[in-house]
Design a protein around this ligand. Structure first.
Ligand code: FES
Length: 325
């Protein structure tokens, strides 16, 4: 991934909570190419981990991906912000940012012969990579349908640009209007299992699409998703003891911390990437104890086997877990 020195050239309030930032190269040059679904990893002062923001685009001209003169991000101010979105909402035109990227963990599949429309489904700020996918599909003259859901219509960002880009391919959904509420089951019932689904949004929406698609016989390879949230404690989470057998370490994992966080605080250097249970980089072998799987990486059979675990997000159902680390 390339290191990028960027300058904020424009900021727009898209909704009361979402702002978009246009970023240009600090040296005024062309920026590295990106593909739909890619993100930047932005350095935030005072935070160790960079924050990931998807590149949003509504431009159906292929050059806008190949030789972009600017990147655009959409950032929602999160009530539970760890500092990233708060910082991004303080930036002004002329401010500088350091970032790495673009990196794409959520790419579109290549065009297929006699392709059925690709189904794009966005919840809230999950519209950012999904809009770029709509632009890329439109640029390639590939068919698609775009569903965009939020709590209310006034919380949906980028509506005018989406309407210009997608026109009749765009369907809006709003939770506060019974007639417009997104019904994932009904949506899936109206599709063909040969269609590719791309979903980005809150965990509840992603889980509903994954489960609904699985129940209707969709192949895993046709259901693509990206979560925007890292591990979050769930009601009923309990502390547990973690033994790292190879390292000879005994650690306590509190209810509000992940194994990965506890290991890092203890001076370990575990491998990880996404911290959302998607990429598989942090897989560890379980020697004793019962995992509480919360990831999207392991197969159902691997989860049932209980021998592997994603340390970035999963926990233990047992009071003690022993890993081969
Ligand atoms: S870091 Fe990606 S699955 Fe854990």
């Amino acid at each position: 991934m390339q290191a990028l020195e960027l300058v904020v050239s424009d900021i727009r309030a898209e909704t009361p909570l979402v702002r978009s930032l246009t970023l240009r190269a600090a040296d005024g040059g062309t920026l590295p190419a990106f593909t739909a679904g890619a993100h930047l990893q932005v350095s935030i002062p005072g935070l160790t981990d960079r924050r990931c923001y998807s590149l949003v685009s509504f431009d159906r001209a292929p050059e806008s991906f190949v030789a972009p003169d600017a990147y655009r991000l959409g950032v929602r101010l999160e009530a539970e912000s760890g500092g990233g979105s708060r910082y991004m909402h303080t930036l002004k035109p002329g401010d500088r940012l350091t970032a790495r990227g673009p990196k794409n963990d959520f790419p579109l599949h290549p065009a297929e012969p006699d392709e059925l429309p690709v189904v794009l489904l966005a919840g809230g700020i999950g519209i950012t990579p999904i809009a770029a996918m709509a632009a890329a599909l439109a640029a390639a003259k590939r068919p698609y349908a775009l569903h965009y859901s939020g709590r209310s219509l006034d919380q949906l960002a980028f509506l005018a640009e989406l309407d210009r880009l997608a026109g009749p391919a765009l369907t809006l959904h709003a939770d506060d209007q019974a007639a417009m509420r997104l019904d994932v089951g009904r949506l899936l019932d109206g599709l063909d299992r040969r269609q590719h689904l791309y979903v980005c949004g809150p965990k509840g929406m992603i889980d509903a699409v994954i489960e609904g698609a699985k129940a209707r016989g969709w192949a895993d390879q046709r259901v693509h998703f990206e979560l925007f949230t890292a591990a979050a404690p769930q009601a009923g989470d309990r502390p547990f003891e973690l033994e790292l057998r190879q390292s000879g370490l005994l650690l306590q994992v509190p209810a509000d911390k992940t194994m990965l966080e506890v290991m890092e605080a203890a001076g370990c250097d575990p491998m990880y990437d996404c911290k959302r249970g998607e990429c598989g980089v942090c897989t560890a072998t379980v020697l004793e104890g019962e995992p509480d799987h919360r990831d999207y990486f392991l197969s159902d059979a691997e989860k049932a086997g209980g021998k592997l675990i994603q340390i970035c997000i999963s926990r233990a159902k047992s009071a003690r877990l022993v890993l081969d680390l």
